[in-house]
Design a protein around this ligand. Structure first.
Ligand code: PLP
Length: 457
């Protein structure tokens, strides 16, 4: 290769010859959208093959907590690599999985004392849906075959997880293949009535959920929600009262409560788990993403002893739960998770995040007055700015204008990885970000927003 040639360009060309990337119209890469080869990570920074640095404002799809190439997690992995890389998890076990289960049971809400491992977020959702259905079947309730999901929800893109998701972009094409859940209106505070508080909005939505349950609880296995923040649906946020009310309704109507904490777990919302803010324990809690600090794919579904016992019987009863992935309980991933949880144990992570979150809030506050910003919202270490064409009517930009893409491209140009969801510019940085780095992210985002909305109103 010519030493003056861009290594970025050379690697990108090889990539585009054979690879097919997720969530991507590959044709975009024939035009203005670069394919960026990353060769190294360092704290909240990503470094490309030409040496340019990008501040990872979205924690690489919300997975990274303590920085790229975190030395503590890396060291734990290196040790595990020389000991045991993998073993079948049926009939065999190992210390990293045992310790991880003990630790997850210790830190999650009381009552969640059984742990089923899988290898990504969507798989955890599949497990929770199947386990809930199968629980009711084992209890003799053959009629329970449906689920209730919230409007605007996202739980992954395998067919089961996509079935209980309601983001049109991902769902509509595949709709003919999917289960059809009952949709309950989201308690999303952005959609509150004029003058209605987030809490009042949550209560009103609980009333609507009650009506749905009165009609359909007999055929419903579970209600599945993303606690406090509907992330892929546009970082829409809601009041914890909804979760408290949901727990009560699920008990009253005898349906399970599935909490998908895949994106919001591990300190994102200000508490270790979002459910804590409502003082509730779900029947199933799905965890992934931050579980390994962003190092390796792993997920866990936690559930209760009563659920476990409904499957526990003589083999001949045919009640065993049937779900298996080859890499279930991978020891390397479990080690990465243990090292991640050790950081939470040893360092004041949540306290530090509170300071960072307050700083982020103060830096974003001026955007509230921007003529093309309808809402600036934040829950812990997730903040979002809703861009609109018209502030008064909150008329959104048409999706095909791709305003968010303009912010993304501006970010890359200026050393920040921001990846808006449609018209929503959001911030979800690794917890090792500094206040100065938050300043940089926000400054780049504001300039990007100015460029994105130029010529719009
Ligand atoms: C709330 C939530 N659930 C499930 C998933 C799916 O996880 P994965 O991408 O690991 O399949 C995601 C991914 O973004 C998510 O945000």
């Amino acid at each position: 290769m010519n030493p003056n040639e861009s290594r970025n360009r050379a690697l990108a060309a090889r990539d585009l010859r054979h690879l097919w990337h997720p969530c991507t119209q590959m044709h975009d890469h024939a035009g203005a959208v670069p394919m960026l080869p990353i060769v190294r990570g360092e704290g909240p920074w990503l470094i490309d093959a030409d040496g340019k640095r990008y501040l990872d404002g979205i924690s690489s799809w919300w997975t990274n907590l303590f920085g790229h190439a975190n030395p503590r997690i890396g060291a734990a992995l290196k040790q595990q690599l020389d000991t045991l890389e993998h073993v079948i998890f049926a009939g065999f076990t190992h210390e990293p999985a045992i310790e991880l289960a003990e630790e997850l049971v210790r830190i999650t809400p009381a009552g969640l004392d059984r742990v089923f491992l899988a290898d990504n977020g969507s798989a955890a959702i599949e497990v929770a849906l199947k386990m809930s259905f199968h629980y009711w079947l084992n209890q003799g309730h053959r009629e329970k075959t449906r689920f209730i999901a919230l409007t605007g929800s996202y739980h992954g893109e395998t067919l089961g997880a996509l079935s209980v998701s309601d983001v049109a972009l991902y769902r509509k094409t595949y709709a003919p293949l999917l289960l059809t859940p009952f949709l309950a209106p989201s308690p999303d505070a952005y959609e509150a009535e004029p003058g209605e508080s987030p809490e009042a909005c949550a209560q009103r939505r609980l009333g609507e959920l009650r009506v749905l349950l009165e009609r359909h609880a007999h055929e419903t296995c579970a209600v599945i929600v993303e606690p406090l923040v509907q992330c892929a649906g546009g970082m829409r946020m809601y009041h914890p009262a909804y979760l408290t009310g949901l727990r009560a309704l699920c008990d009253e109507f005898k349906v399970h409560f599935i909490a998908d904490e895949i994106a919001v777990g591990f300190g994102r919302t200000g508490t270790l788990f979002a459910c804590e803010q409502a003082g509730v324990a779900p029947d199933f809690m799905c965890l992934s993403k931050g579980l390994t600090g962003g190092f390796l794919p792993l997920s866990a579904v936690l559930t209760t002893t009563p659920v476990y016992e409904a499957f526990y019987a003589e083999y001949s009863a045919g009640k065993a739960f049937l779900h298996s992935h080859s890499y279930t309980g991978n020891p390397l991933a479990c080690r990465a998770a243990l090292a991640t949880l050790a950081i939470f144990r040893d360092e004041p992570v949540l306290e530090r995040n509170r300071v960072l979150a307050a700083h982020l809030a103060s830096r974003l506050a001026p955007l509230r007055d921007h003529p093309n910003v309808a809402d600036v919202r934040q829950t812990g270490m997730i903040a979002a700015v809703e861009l609109v064409q018209d502030k008064l009517t909150r008329r959104p930009y048409a999706a095909d204008e791709r305003r968010g893409l303009r912010v993304y491209l501006h970010g890359l140009e200026h050393g920040a990885l921001l990846r808006p969801l449609g018209n929503v510019v959001y911030f979800m940085p690794p917890y090792v970000v500094s206040e100065q780095e938050i300043d940089l992210l926000v400054d780049v985002a504001i300039a990007g927003i100015e460029r994105a909305v130029a010529g719009s109103s």
